[in-house]
Design a protein around this ligand. Structure first.
Ligand code: URA
Length: 250
């Protein structure tokens, strides 16, 4: 996360915002030696705390802020978008240890899909983003295992019949044909399980590489693979607006 995006707050404010008590109480706990930051005893209430990475404890128990967190991660392939894997494979949570608070994934990306993954503890926004009725566009970069004809791309754009029903029309853009492969951009407004892979299979090809490049107004710009950042408050507002009403009623 960039320096300017860090959320710095004084220690007494962190404790009171987390609902532990008033600022006056917090100051007395701090002065009384009951508070530690990253394991270190801190007795000055004005000590700056970085909410993105510092761990605060009161009497040895973590102080969990009720603050809303919105994390945008550039997921690499080979990481599971689940909290724990019984088979011990790496999960995306190993990439965001500094967040210091539990944030759930907003939708999923397959193990071998890379790209934009949003994580938050704001369940209302997570629901609004994943609700297919809100038709929030998600864009994917696809490398298909074959050259795709104009008709195949048209089929994808019009919607294809999958085992769980007809997909909505999407936006398809041929990026380039290279040797035996077609590279395309596919924008869909649903988020069914393995939807893009199944759509490409339906038209007789296979996905060799899949990257989610955007969700609504959010893109991967500025992030390298494996990196994450916190959304700005403006981005959160824009995102909320983008998925607040079903598109057809606008
Ligand atoms: N569609 C897929 O097939 N896989 C993903 O990870 C996301 C969308």
């Amino acid at each position: 996360m960039k320096e300017g995006q860090r959320k710095l707050k004084t220690l007494d404010r962190v404790l009171s915002k987390a609902g532990a008590g008033s600022r006056t109480e917090a100051r007395s706990w701090i002065g009384g030696g009951r508070v530690r930051v990253n394991g270190k005893l801190i007795q000055t209430p004005d000590h700056w705390v970085d909410l993105g990475r510092d761990k605060v404890t009161l009497d040895g128990k973590p102080v969990v802020s009720a603050q809303r967190r919105y994390i945008l991660l550039y997921k690499p392939k080979g990481y599971l978008a689940t909290y724990r894997d019984p088979q011990g494979r790496p999960t995306i949570y190993s990439l965001i240890p500094e967040v210091g608070q539990f944030v759930g994934t907003v939708g999923r990306l397959d193990l071998n899909t890379s790209g934009l993954l949003l994580l938050t503890n704001d369940n209302d926004l997570a629901e609004a983003i994943t609700n297919p009725e809100h038709e929030l566009p998600k864009t994917y970069l696809v490398k298909a295992s074959t050259l795709l004809s104009g008709e195949q791309l048209d089929q994808l754009a019009q919607g294809v019949e999958l085992s769980d029903g007809l997909t909505r029309p999407g936006i398809v853009k041929r990026l380039r044909d290279s040797g035996k492969y077609t590279f395309l951009e596919l924008t869909i407004t649903e988020g069914r399980n393995r939807q893009v892979r199944r759509m490409i299979e339906h038209v007789g090809s296979k996905v060799l590489k899949l990257v989610r490049t955007s969700i609504g107004p959010l893109t991967l710009e500025g992030l390298t693979i494996g990196q994450w950042r916190e959304l700005t408050s403006d981005e959160v507002k824009i995102l909320k607006k983008a998925c607040s009403r079903p598109r057809r009623q606008r």
